[in-house]
Design a protein around this ligand. Sequence first.
Ligand SMILES: [Zn+2]
Length: 453
Amino acid sequence: MIEVFSVGGYEAVGRNCTAVAYGNEVVIFDLGFNMERVVALGDEENVNIQQMPVSELRQMDAIPDDSMLRDRRKDVVAIVSNHGHLDHIGAIPKLAGNYNCPIVATPYTIELIDNLSRDSKPRLKNQLLVMNPGETIDISKNLSLEFVHTTHSIPHTVFSVLHTPDGAVMYANDYKLDNFPQLGEKPDYKRLRQLGREGIHALIIETVRIEQEKKTPSESVARALLEDVLIGREHESALFVTTFASHIERVNSILEVAREMGRKPVMLGRSMHRYSTLAEKLGIIKFPDNLEIYGRGKTISSFLEKAKKNMGKYLFLCTGHQGEPGSTLTRLANGDFPYIINPGDEFVFSSSVIPSPINQDNHYRLSSKLKNQGGRIFSDVHTSGHASKEDHRDLLMMLRPEHVVPCHGGLRKLAAYAELCSEMNMLNEYTNHEYFLGQNVHLLHNGQVQEIE
Ligand SMILES: [Zn+2]
């Protein structure tokens, strides 16, 4: 029998953690941050968070409450993360020490976990095990783990498949189905269809954008939006473009658009520096020869001092898309740097505002400050990294799972996924199964154990 432990991420977006047990062997998928709490601490780089005591972080709901696994600690054979976003890996340095097992992930994700753990106290002691998409390894007597390539908004994202003697359990948190990616391959549909034919016993699946009745547009659409905003218009003013630092595919598109515009790309901000240089080290991205990168405030100041008479020559790619207080863009708007914003300067947000009150407030403050100084704002030059409802339907038709456990959202999102499952009963020639709430569609709160026969 398989048991699913809904440790975290079943009542809101973030703080992901699900454990899957077969007999006395347990695998933990993700130990992530609640990003809202992290943002509230105003800690862009998480340095201070990694040094805070676990008890305090747990009290703030910033990390998953894994106390429900206390009696099973010795049974945990692996901690696995499908990708390197902080709401999936952020709490690994704080909590993995409770378990005497390796952490398994793709190369970029492992680099990010290693990087994060450098700031943590105590230091992370678990073995870091790199596994590539397309590979399968035995992780215990009865269990093997397979990684299947997919697309999202950070490099090296996979679906995890845990093969057990009672069938396969797939953990699909997060993903999008991008058929025209701008960096790397589209999802491994061949293997996904094959898994569907072999049989998926249970699918644990993200629901972040399930309420959108559409297909999430490809990264190629985001690229076209960037070109539409930036190419073919007369530009002489300063140009600042901001996006998620971990979204390397988007960063690459922005660097390419800078080349098309004939502007010299300059990256500003610590997380921009960190995520991009790790991606370059692994050969995921190739920087143009003329790129300059400045991570720390002092180096940013001295570059802007030099550049301020010729701002029209550059495209600045910087942190601050959510209006984070310590970010480059916020500091620029606050007048902390030697460059004073001129009327007509352009600010392109290749991002969407994460809908939480703190983010919305931060973003509102930042855009007001930019506008008050004459800045022009281009928002939503962006496509999401999360599957929408019709992508989820396509995946269900490929995988034909017997059981479904929606995760990574509040009850409304989890229930919207359950609704999709019941709609699928009209299409059951594609899925071979009918879905019924409470029978094979399981809606869980944090802290429950669901047995799957
Ligand atoms: Zn993600």
